[in-house]
Design a protein around this ligand. Structure first.
Ligand code: LLP
Length: 430
């Protein structure tokens, strides 16, 4: 696997740029993405599926930065979206509507209407109610909505955390597999609806091939039954969820996954859709943060950083592991520490009970493998402006999202006077 983040004499680089230079220009906390890594991951995945007709509909929720989306759009990626906001971003970044699929259990009428107006490739419908709303809306707009049902296959997929399992019956996702035939019959008779495909999504951070294989078998069985009833399908969407390694390994082997899917799919002639998010962007990004203080208490050593759970929620929310390393690695003692943020919550940490180099206040740390569900899940909790985002390509670096200001954080609540806009600056707050 191509690694975008390497060390030269102990110093961390993103491609050909020392990350310390990025901090000197744009400060911390900062997300840094490698354009080459984004491209390589997308290309490798696409190559694995070879000549079988397929569309990689990148899951925008993993990282919706416009520069990231543009990079993928330029290579022919589509988008898996779950909101009107993601539709807007995807279209702004130049992803053609015909490469967009819309998933999600709670699509609103304005969101459905926007997607109909754009002319997206398919709606992955998750309930009978949604199907009927879409039919009425499409009729009123004089459009036809291409659809697939998202089938809940009732597979209990092993993922590292219960919150990222979506494929078993007791989650809110999709329609029950035993009800799917009835729904397809209804759909084929409703005005404004065109049945096009079948969709499944099993969960996120799946490292085994087996669940995809089981899901495929189920899907193909259903495709055969649908065909018997006269439904002509065009695509099979197997969702996202392809897992990566957070500790330096390889993650799910895409070529083996392809080998286990493509032969039986080929017989059906169906186009394959995949909706990977993490697989494409996870390895392509890191979060840079500065150590503010180091303190001891209760038998512990705390490294307090200027990034917290509002910047990277995964450690706190999913007990997600991210390697934490000083950007200048030296030959020195190690210490067992909790790396914690400035947020007023005990759950605010980036790493717990972790043995790392004995770092000092002022040093810079990199939180690795943070390209997916990093910035996209960040918030302004505790009134903290969100991090900058930087994109590196070879020896060039570009700011692709400026730092939010404290004025940005109040802008939607007030019509600020010019004096108030200056207030933060005048009071010396920033
Ligand atoms: N398609 C659908 C319908 C999804 O719900 C998701 C993710 C994906 C595709 C993309 O999954 P991926 O390939 O990235 O695993 N915030 C969590 C992950 C939540 C995933 C939600 N749905 C995390 O940080 O681990």
């Amino acid at each position: 696997m191509m690694d975008a983040f390497t060390r030269r004499e102990g110093e961390l680089y993103c491609e050909d740029v020392p990350v310390s230079e990025l901090v000197a220009r744009w400060g911390t906390p900062a997300y840094v993405y490698s354009r080459t890594a984004l491209r390589t991951r997308l290309q490798d995945l696409s190559d694995a599926f070879g000549s079988h007709p397929h569309l990689i509909a990148y899951s925008v929720k993993a990282n919706g930065n416009l520069a990231v989306l543009r990079t993928l759009a330029d290579m022919g990626a589509g988008a898996d979206i779950v909101s009107g906001g993601e539709l807007y971003r995807a279209r702004l970044a130049g992803i053609p509507a015909q490469r967009i699929l819309f998933s999600g259990v709670g699509k609103t009428l304005p969101e459905l209407a926007a997607a109909l107006r754009e002319g997206i490739y398919a709606f992955n419908v998750e309930s009978e109610g949604e199907l009927r709303s879409l039919s009425e809306l499409a009729q009123a707009m004089g459009k036809t909505a291409p659809i697939a049902f998202r089938i809940n296959p009732n597979i209990d997929t092993p993922t590292p955390h219960a919150y990222t399992r979506t494929g078993h019956a007791a989650t809110k996702f999709g329609v029950p597999i035993h009800d799917a035939m009835r729904l397809y019959r209804i759909a084929s008779e409703l005005p404004g609806i065109a049945v096009r495909g079948i969709d499944m999504h099993l969960g996120s951070q799946i490292l085994a091939i087996e669940p995809y294989h089981v899901a495929l078998e189920q899907a193909l069985e259903m495709v055969a039954r649908l065909k018997e009833e006269g439904h002509e399908l065009e695509f099979l969407d197997l969702g996202g969820g392809l897992g990566i390694s957070y500790s330096g390994g390889e993650g799910i082997p895409a070529d083996l996954l392809a080998d286990s899917i493509v032969p039986s799919l080929r017989e059906t002639g169906l186009r394959l859709i995949l909706e990977p998010g993490r697989y494409i962007v996870g390895h392509a990004g890191i979060l840079l943060t500065r150590v503010l203080y180091v303190k001891e208490g209760g038998g512990k050593r705390f490294v307090v950083t200027d990034a917290g759970m509002n910047d990277l929620l995964r450690p706190s929310h999913y007990a997600g592991y991210h390697a934490v390393e000083p950007i200048l690695s030296r030959d020195r003692e190690h210490a067992r520490v909790d790396v914690v943020g400035p947020i007023c919550e005990t759950g605010d940490f980036l790493a717990l009970d972790r043995e790392i180099e004995r770092v000092e206040p002022g040093e810079l740390l990199a939180v690795m493998t943070a390209g997916a569900y990093g910035f996209s899940m960040s918030s302004t909790y505790n009134q903290r402006p969100r991090p900058v985002e930087i994109l590196v390509d070879g020896d060039r670096a570009e700011l692709v999202r400026r730092r939010e200001t404290i004025q940005d954080l109040v802008a939607a609540e007030l019509d600020l006077t010019p004096e108030e806009k200056q207030l933060g600056a005048h009071k010396g707050i920033l």
